[in-house]
Design a protein around this ligand. Structure first.
Ligand SMILES: [Zn+2]
Length: 329
């Protein structure tokens, strides 16, 4: 029983033309909700933790929660992925904890805010690829800049990916998966008007490179969740996300990994607000964390069906990191 390399999960998804959600976690209930959804729909799954999440959970707690997820669900391929690593040191830390995949975001400097240049991005990404592949660990990089700021990550400005540069970046770094910027943003306020993704950029990138593509900032911010949050005392006017139809279109055009954090946060918050507002006498954390977990499970079940991940857990036998070490050699 061990974690599955993310490269295998994404390569299998590409072969069959479905997308795999990468869901962010900070605590036990979130991991349990994701695994319950994966089990209910028989989906392979990517669980990801940001640097902020690792710090929040004191590193070791998250490591053992993720091992518990694998132990409890041996039939589900699970990759554990570092979201927005900012340096080789942050990647080393995740690999020491046993992660099977890492992201190095060299589109920003180590502060996670200042836009970098191409040469910096290649240098830091290549150093992470060289280090991680020795352990059989998958590497995701990023080229172009997303909008929005989340967990302290982001420059606040959008810069769409240049397809030619993306092609060169893959050659220069040897990475396994590439996050591109086609107009999505981190957070719950993605668009001023209607969603407006640059599908022409995605099409050109897909023509020029042959590795799995990743969309960050791809939560849909469903209206029913926002309404529920606001109904029970929340204050999130004008929150917007990427419509599921746009995500499904991007999957048909070659996106394999879809990052979802905001929608999970909303599902948890809506459920907790509802309990607090409707049952003010409750004070046992299980009375609100339990419904929060159920609410998150339902949202993720929906995504696994909509992305086409459902039913694919048993398609293949998970490779080990040892297998991947040999492959990279
Ligand atoms: Zn991101």
């Amino acid at each position: 029983m061990s974690l599955t390399p993310m490269k295998q999960i994404l390569d299998e998804a590409r072969k069959k033309g479905y997308g795999v959600g990468a869901y962010n976690v900070n605590n036990m209930e979130q991991i349990q909700a994701i695994m319950a959804a994966a089990k209910a729909t028989q989906s392979p799954v990517i669980i990801q933790a940001s640097r902020g999440a690792l710090k929040y959970s004191n590193f070791t707690y998250l490591k053992h929660l993720m091992l518990a997820a694998v132990e409890e669900n041996p039939e589900i391929p699970v990759a554990m992925h570092l979201d927005h690593g900012n340096s080789l040191d942050s990647v080393k830390q995740a690999i020491d904890l046993g992660f099977s995949s890492v992201m190095i975001d060299g589109s920003l400097m180590e502060d996670g805010k200042t836009p970098s240049d191409y040469d910096y991005n290649v240098k830091v990404t290549r150093s992470v690829v060289e280090y991680s592949h020795k352990f059989g660990v998958t590497v995701e990089g990023e080229i172009g800049r997303l909008g929005g700021i989340e967990d302290g990550v982001g420059s606040g400005s959008i810069h769409l990916t240049d397809p030619e540069q993306a092609g060169q970046f893959v050659k220069d770094t040897g990475l396994d998966a590439l996050a591109i910027a086609i107009g999505t943003s981190h957070g719950a306020y993605k668009f001023k008007g209607a969603s407006n993704l640059a599908f022409d950029v995605l099409k050109k990138v897909r023509e020029l490179i042959d590795i799995p593509l990743v969309l960050h900032g791809a939560s849909s911010v469903p209206k029913e969740l926002i309404d529920r949050v606001n109904k029970y005392g929340g204050k999130m006017p004008g929150a917007t996300g990427v419509p599921m139809a746009d995500l499904q279109k991007s999957i048909t055009m070659g996106v394999s990994k879809i990052n979802v954090d905001t929608d999970g946060r909303l599902a948890v918050t809506a459920a907790i607000r509802e309990v607090f507002a409707t049952k003010p006498e409750k004070f046992d954390p299980r009375d609100y964390l339990g419904p929060a977990r159920d609410s998150l499970t339902q949202i993720i079940i929906g995504k696994m069906k909509d992305f086409g991940t459902a039913g694919h857990a048993g398609d293949y036998k998970s490779m080990s990191l040892e297998d991947m070490k040999k492959y990279y050699k």
